[in-house]
Design a protein around this ligand. Structure first.
Ligand code: GLC
Length: 665
């Protein structure tokens, strides 16, 4: 059951699609403290709290404090409280289970047994929000109701499930061609090459640098013939430059965010000074969305939206103030106070809280200060694109994923988890975030495989790919200046070929399970505790996941480890895949096992009575054959519901997309 409570006069976020009658009585499960405005819920010792989507730390969120405050912060270390998204949904797994969705677009703080170990508190900047309380017999039932409440998740085209190669610094079309050739020559699967800001003319949205990419349309066509799509990045800020059409139109139509005095608000990002499109303004959204047609018309079929928290390197106003103070400080003998003042001043230039409080949106003629709706900015940038694709190409799926997000955006796009690092701990973080994201409606998801910042190593990348073969978005991306991490840059190209080949073999399964999760409001990545509800042991397992209905995964995430301990909640069949067409099988009893895993193989476990389809290896999705084989763990019988469609159109609900597979022994 879903109950809704309205506190104050909330901003209409459009996160929710069902209309739920407001209740007036007492809010169940949570007490509202009249003095502080805080929502409070006691926690029993054994209670577990799941959810909060994109965030740091574990699957069980208990023991730390988290903020919903979309942040551009590339150091996802344990002490951080927020990442790029704001996903205010969690479930308390207690004697009575309930879910809470706080539909509030400003900064919210979730203290989950951090300040007081037996208390969960929620604080908001002001008391204007809708609160949804959902109860059900199991966590999965609660999640399902929540997902119905927020509407069907975005569906990516099938080619976007193939392997994607990205790097910040593919500087010209020659380099892009070389990447593709290296993949094809080494017989490593590839479906997409991502274009980072380097393709633009001086980092201006909806422009192409004609010197380095003289014929983008030609390049897109040529590569598509090889089964490879180009996926360009779009940033939130629009460069201030006379003669640049997007800038001039935006100014003329008054579509940019304003400062207190009504002037366009100036901030700095990649191109230098930019204005921020007012994505909260419906007309501005329509206008910006139409701009994507510039690239769609050149044969582009996918995009990634970036810097949309929005990331602010600086604001013009604050920078003046900082420079003035630095001038004063340079005359001083910098001591303990002035030295740290100087350091803090410089560090505080980017993504400054004060800056977020000093610009405004025009929402249906009403002036709204940015911090009040901060968490909706990236959502509405991506919605601008999603709504435009619906208008411009109603029958075709366009790949779209965003860095910043709020619940509601999941209907328009997927997300990638931003600027992680080439650290083993971030491989584990990637794994732990997957179920929480699914709970909040984000299904087309993936991390920068190999790590974005810092230098990756061959073993880290191989281990990361061993998780990445299961995530809908499987993209290797790295930052400018870091070690190159295309698979052919390492000693053991063969190992990369095998692992990526296995992705293509698993693709019918990954796609089926993804589509089931979309169409049935279910999760594709589940903590073991969501399914094996009677098994007390699994409550603490955070490094193994169920992927869809048939399999469990237990990736290796430790440097130099040649295997790991795995707990099997029931008898399962281990599959050791050496390549797309070669594997070993072994039935293992329930309990603890040490499982060896070489760097060049993928190990997973089939649940009893289940099976999964396997395709033949292909160099890209377009070249995949439709014939399948099946891997099963049938005692007597194993069953599977296979979902298949053309991968492009939007006819998801057709009966004929479903096929029942039964294996009997
Ligand atoms: C941001 C993005 C990253 C991209 C870079 C340059 O840091 O998160 O993926 O490579 O900007 O555009």
């Amino acid at each position: 059951m879903i109950r809704k409570y309205r506190i104050g006069t909330p901003f209409e976020t459009e996160a929710v699609v069902l209309s739920i009658k407001e209740e007036t009585g007492e809010i169940p499960y949570l007490d509202r403290n009249e003095t502080t405005g805080m929502l409070v819920c006691p926690l029993k010792k054994e209670d577990i709290v799941y959810g909060l989507g994109q965030n740091i730390r574990g699957i069980n969120k208990r023991g730390f404090v988290y903020e919903s405050n979309c942040s551009d912060d590339p150091l996802h270390t344990e002490g951080k409280r927020s990442l790029y998204g704001a996903h205010n949904f969690f479930v308390v797994d207690s004697d009575e289970k309930f879910g809470v969705f706080l539909d509030y677009p400003g900064k919210a703080v979730f203290d989950i047994g951090f300040t007081k170990t037996d208390l969960l508190t929620i604080s908001t900047e002001d008391e204007n929000y809708d609160l949804y309380l959902i109860d059900g017999a199991s966590v999965t039932q609660i999640v399902k109701q929540f997902r119905e409440l927020i509407g069907r998740s975005y569906v990516a085209p099938m080619w976007a499930f193939g392997y994607g190669q990205s790097r910040w610094s593919y500087n010209d079309e020659k380099e892009v061609r070389e990447v593709v050739e290296n993949f094809r020559n080494n017989k490593i699967g590839l479906d997409a090459v991502y274009l980072d800001i380097d393709y633009m003319e001086r980092y201006k949205d909806f422009t192409v640098n004609r010197e380095t990419f003289p014929d983008l349309a030609g390049l897109a066509k040529e590569l598509k013939e090889k089964g490879v799509r180009l996926v360009p990045i779009i940033d939130a800020g629009v460069k201030i430059e006379e003669g640049y059409d997007v800038y001039e139109e935006g100014v003329a139509k008054d579509y940019f965010c304003k400062d207190e005095d009504g002037n366009n608000f100036t901030v700095g990002v990649w191109p230098g000074k930019v204005y921020l499109p007012d994505f909260l303004n419906k007309e501005a959204r329509e206008w910006f969305g139409e701009k994507y047609s510039f690239l769609l018309e050149q044969g582009i079929e996918g995009f990634w939206n970036d810097m949309n928290e929005p990331a602010l390197f600086y604001s013009e106003k604050n920078l003046d103030h900082v420079f003035a103070r630095l001038d004063e400080l340079r005359k001083k003998n910098l001591d303990i106070h002035s030295y740290f003042e100087m350091m803090d001043l410089v560090k505080g230039i980017s993504n400054n809280e004060e800056d977020y409080r000093s610009f405004y949106h025009n929402v249906n003629g009403k002036k709204i200060r940015h911090d009040k709706i901060h968490n909706l900015y990236g959502y509405n940038m991506t919605r601008a694109a999603g709504e435009a694709f619906e208008r411009l190409m109603p029958d075709k799926r366009i790949l779209m994923f965003s860095r910043s997000s709020y619940i509601g955006m999941h209907r328009y796009s997927g997300i990638w988890t931003g600027d992680n690092q080439s650290w083993w701990s971030h491989l584990l973080l990637n794994l732990k975030m997957l179920p929480s994201l699914n709970m909040c409606g984000f299904l087309f998801i993936g991390a920068d495989i190999g790590g974005f910042g810092d230098n990756t190593s061959q073993d880290l990348l191989l281990r990361w790919l061993s998780l990445g073969v299961f995530t809908p978005l499987m993209r290797n991306h790295s930052a400018l200046g870091t070690r190159r991490q295309e698979p052919y840059c390492f000693d053991d190209t063969d190992a990369f070929r095998r692992l990526i080949g296995i992705r293509y073999a698993l693709l019918p399964y990954i796609y089926s399970e993804y589509m089931k999760a979309v169409l049935r409001n279910e999760m594709m990545f589940l903590p073991l505790a969501f399914v094996y509800t009677e098994d007390k042991r699994v409550k603490e397992i955070e490094d193994q996941l169920l992927v869809g209905d048939s399999i469990m995964i237990a990736p290796v995430y430790t440097q130099n480890a040649t295997g790991r301990y795995v707990y099997l909640p029931e008898e399962m069949k281990l599959i050791r895949m050496h390549s797309a067409g070669e594997w070993e099988e072994e039935i293992l009893p329930a309990g603890d096992h040490y499982i060896s895993v070489e760097l060049d193989e993928i190990v997973f476990f089939i649940r009893k009575g289940k099976l999964l389809p396997l395709a033949k290896e292909a160099d890209c999705v377009d070249h995949m054959e439709s014939q399948l084989t099946y891997l099963d763990f049938a005692d007597k019988k194993a069953e599977y519901e296979l979902y298949r469609d053309d991968g492009f159109s939007k006819d998801y609900d057709k009966e004929t997309n479903w096929q029942k597979i039964v294996v009997e022994k």
